[in-house]
Structure formats: C-alpha cells, structure tokens
Design a protein around this ligand. Sequence first.
Ligand SMILES: NC(=O)c1ccc[n+]([C@@H]2O[C@H](COP(=O)([O-])OP(=O)(O)OC[C@H]3O[C@@H](n4cnc5c(N)ncnc54)[C@H](OP(=O)(O)O)[C@@H]3O)[C@@H](O)[C@H]2O)c1
Length: 294
Amino acid sequence: MTILVTGAGGQLGQELVRRAGPRALLGLTRAQLDIGDMDAVRTALAGHRASLVINAAAWTAVDRAESEPEAAWQANREGPATLAAACAEAGIPLFHLSTDYVFDGRAPGAYAETAEVAPLGVYGLSKWAGEQAVREYLPNRHLILRVAWVFGAHGSNFVRTMLRIGGERDVVRVVADQYGGPTHAGAIAEALLSVAARYRAGEVLPWGTYHLCGTPVTTWHGFAETIFAAARHAGLLTRTPLVQPILTSAYPLPAPRPANSSLDCTRLRERLGIEAPSWMAGLSEVLDTWKRTS
Ligand SMILES: NC(=O)c1ccc[n+]([C@@H]2O[C@H](COP(=O)([O-])OP(=O)(O)OC[C@H]3O[C@@H](n4cnc5c(N)ncnc54)[C@H](OP(=O)(O)O)[C@@H]3O)[C@@H](O)[C@H]2O)c1
C-alpha cells in the first residue's frame, strides 16, 4: 500500500518525495497526474494501491490568479474536489494543503483554525473552496493543513529571489508591514509524513483542519535581513545589500496580501504533538543544501 503524493514537482511535493526514506511513497508530477482528471485519479489510486493521498498540487501564482481565475479555480477547487471524491470512493484519507490567504489579515493576533475566513483575492477564495470540497466529500477522513510563506531548497520562493537580487543590487526594498511565519517546506513535509506514518500504523487520527507556520513571527523585511546575513555567513553572498523597509502601498501587486498571516499552531501541538518549526533552522538547512550543490 502506497502513500500517493500529487503535485510532486512543486516545492512541497519534492520535499515529501526526498524525505520519504523507506516509506512506500510515490510522487506524481502534474505531467503524470492531473488532479482534476477523475478517470486518471481513479486509475492512479487503484493502480498504485494507494492507502493515503497527500495533495501538494495547487495553483500558487497568487497574482496571475487574478487574471486567470478559471485556471486557479480548476487547480485549487476542482482538483481537490475530484481527489476527495475519488478518495471517498476508495475509502482512503486525503491530506490537503491550504493557506493563510483564506484570511483577510485584519485580525490583531495569530489566526486559529476556527477564525472566520475572508479571502481577499481569487487565490484565497479558490483555496477556501477547495478546503470546503475536501470537507464535504471526506467529512471524517481529511487532514487540511494551512501553511504560510513557504520556502525550500527546491522551486521558486522568497529566499531564492532575495539571494538572486541581493547579489545584483546594493539596495533591496522589502515590505515591512506584512507579518507572518516563514515556513520551511521540509518541516511541512516532515509533519505530514509523521502523521501519515501514524495513520498507517493504525492510530485513530484526530481528523480536521490544522495550522502550521514557522516561528517566530516576522515581516518580509525581517526575513530578508536574516536571509542576507545567513547567506553571507554561509559564503553564498560576498556582500550584503542594504535592506530598505517599505510599505505594502509602495509595492502594488494585482492580488491584495493579508497584512497579518500569522497562524496559531496550538491545535497541531495539542492534538498531534507537532511543534511549530523554527524558520531560522529551516533557512540554515536550505542554505546548506545550496552551498553543497553550488
Ligand atoms: N508557496 C507558498 O508560499 C504557499 C503559502 C501558503 C500555502 N501554500 C500551499 O502549499 C501547497 C504547496 O505549495 P508549493 O509551494 O509546493 O506550490 P508549488 O511549488 O507551486 O507546487 C505546486 C505544484 O502543483 C502542480 N499542479 C498545478 N496544477 C495541478 C494539477 N491540476 N494537477 C497536478 N498538479 C498540479 C504544479 O505544477 P506546474 O508547476 O506544472 O503548474 C506544481 O508542481 C499548496 O497547496 C499551496 O496552496 C503555499
């Protein structure tokens, strides 16, 4: 029996496959399985004797979602709905990823799972609709993990972008009025794999919705400063640029961003024994990987 990972070519998908170790886990990229294709999903579940599916597939181009809403909706609502329906037919659970973008970011503190959602744009709305579909098809056999500000060694993300522009410019302007917990894709993968292992060992899991984000809360500006200092220390940059704090209003983008993306991870600790990961430890791991492979 196999753990099937969809969207295996993405940031998180690659981490899941790399960290699976001896676990029977198979990652399928978008080219190998389109999660919106019911026939293909049914065939994959049966053919690989899937005992559990982890859906790491998504449309994550937040700004492009505003101009291509149908494509975002297809990947983020219809895809998870199809997967969840197929998992329900097969009698197996689905682990699904969602996002801080389901919230509007106006709350003063960290968002708990019970907080009211209010997506600001197409991406957040489509992810919320995907969550709802998963709950509808698999009311007693789903794990929805909302994460935020994901970065990792594989794929494009803020850390990679900062390293690129930091090597080119003397001054980098970074938003300093959005708050959140950068989350290492490797830590998300480890959390999902540990819960999957418990399921496969026969443990009755407390199904439902959970939050996981890196600690401590920072701003994009604070994250950028740490990235540059750590990258210089690791020898990946020969000098560090000046990181100039700017307001969100000075950097307009098609999709509005939540000003507060901080997620309360208490439920994950209390019900599943998983602690919020340190993003600085995750950052060190990513930089070490790049140093080894550069
Ligand atoms: N990245 C973040 O900062 C962030 C923040 C909060 C939450 N999340 C959530 O975390 C999860 C993982 O994100 P990530 O950063 O790993 O995303 P990612 O790097 O963009 O990877 C997503 C993968 O899904 C694939 N995909 C898209 N549509 C598909 C379909 N219909 N069928 C199969 N595969 C499909 C993509 O393939 P193509 O590249 O070929 O399109 C890509 O390989 C997602 O649910 C995302 O919404 C991410």
